[in-house]
Write a protein of this length. Sequence first.
Length: 164
Amino acid sequence: MIVVLMGVMGSGKTAIGTLLAGLMGVPFVDADDHHPAANKAKMKAGEPLDDADRQPWLETLNGLMRQWYASGSGGVLACSALKEKYREMLGAGMPAGAVRFVLLEATQEMLAARLAQRQHEYMNPDLLASQLETLEPPKDALVVINDRPPKEITREIFALLRSV
């Protein structure tokens, strides 16, 4: 199974994704690690990425996920996947149902508090508003409110994935 933990910055994708991959016994990848230098510089300056900025990044991530699918290993990807067309690009070339999206949600206040507590190489907290504005809630994703300890959220997601 390939799981994409999606949501805006501060929603807990990396923390939950790392735990979930360990529980599932599959690889974990943080999509942020695959941004080209130009994207990182733009975000560090507080400028939101546009679709053209994201295109090669999403293609790289799709290639990674297709490798997971082809090898039968599965995996967990932490990726904002804010728009439906981004999610379509991520799942391109794989059969329906091969990729499960899980949207991590939290209140804007909770997200802002988390961002204030962390240091990130290039993710400028000022981008939160643009990410919330860009987010197109998925129609077919599992939705989990991330307002509890990470291990508890991870167990909930694991149970939900096993039940579908």
